[in-house]
Ligand binder design. Sequence first.
Ligand SMILES: Nc1ncnc2c1ncn2[C@@H]1O[C@H](COP(=O)(O)OP(=O)(O)OP(=O)(O)O)[C@@H](O)[C@H]1O
Length: 303
Amino acid sequence: MKAVEFNNVTKTYFGKKALNQLSFSIEDNTITGLVGRNGAGKTTLMKIAAGYLKPSSGTAKVFSENPFESLHVSLNSIFVDDGMVFPSALPLGEILQEGARFYPNWNDRLARRLLDYFSLDPKNYHNRLSKGKTSIFNAIVGLASRCPLTMFDEPTTGMDEAARKDFYRALLKDYLDHPRTIILSSHHLEEIEDLLENILLIQGGQNFLHLPMSEFSSWAIAVRGSVEVVRDILDGREIIYEKTLGKNTIQAVVRNELTKNEVSDLRGTGAELFPVSSSDLFVYLTNKEKGGIDDVFNENESR
Ligand SMILES: Nc1ncnc2c1ncn2[C@@H]1O[C@H](COP(=O)(O)OP(=O)(O)OP(=O)(O)O)[C@@H](O)[C@H]1O
């Protein structure tokens, strides 16, 4: 069953498209990593799925319903980000009690144990927490709600490394025991890739790639060798990324669909072929310039 379905969703802010004819669907009880560069539209997508925003055009469905102003979707989904607002008069312990009243699947034992583990005082107030502790508390609410659709938008902002690792571990353990649909956005793909079943990469508000994480990990291959040879053998293939290394050596990244002949030709010339990490691939795919930040400096030099 589909938990989330977007069909040609466009969201315009002041005449500018944050989402542009975005279509995708997410099966229930899966973890999807939502990635994209700054401003790609990730938060907008999640806010539409959470029912906070209405698409300008197209249709968004969550559990087969229009999420905007849907009580069913509100009760069964949660959107966790660093802008979560809680009643300022309530201490953390009482906020958790309210969570228990609102969310049907809320697990209070989990919430209290996590609060204790992360040394959060139930008598403290949300607006007095440090940046990292605020993210930890918000993440606890997201986990304990056990909502059938749980969305985390950059949940580890400000958390120290140990807390980030603990949070992702807690997320995985709780998901395995209580499967639900999780959408997780992060700019640190290397931190979350082991958790993910699928990856949805959006760029310019559009679906750029949506595939199982295992396919993404082997989607591209890097070739390092002499400029002439690499360019000659890869002629006609789309170069995703290219970097000059020294005088006569380049490293090029292409789709991992080289023929046996191309591979043996490359190896025959001493070229090296090696895998591309998911986080590097993400950067290469989403860079405007094929050479990344280097291109900025190359252009300046030639002026
Ligand atoms: N309330 C708003 N008013 C005007 N423009 C907005 C608003 N919210 C988002 N945008 C614009 O919509 C686009 C998508 O923003 P969004 O926050 O969804 O991106 P994002 O992928 O979550 O970015 P980041 O990774 O930086 O958090 C951006 O160009 C942003 O400036």
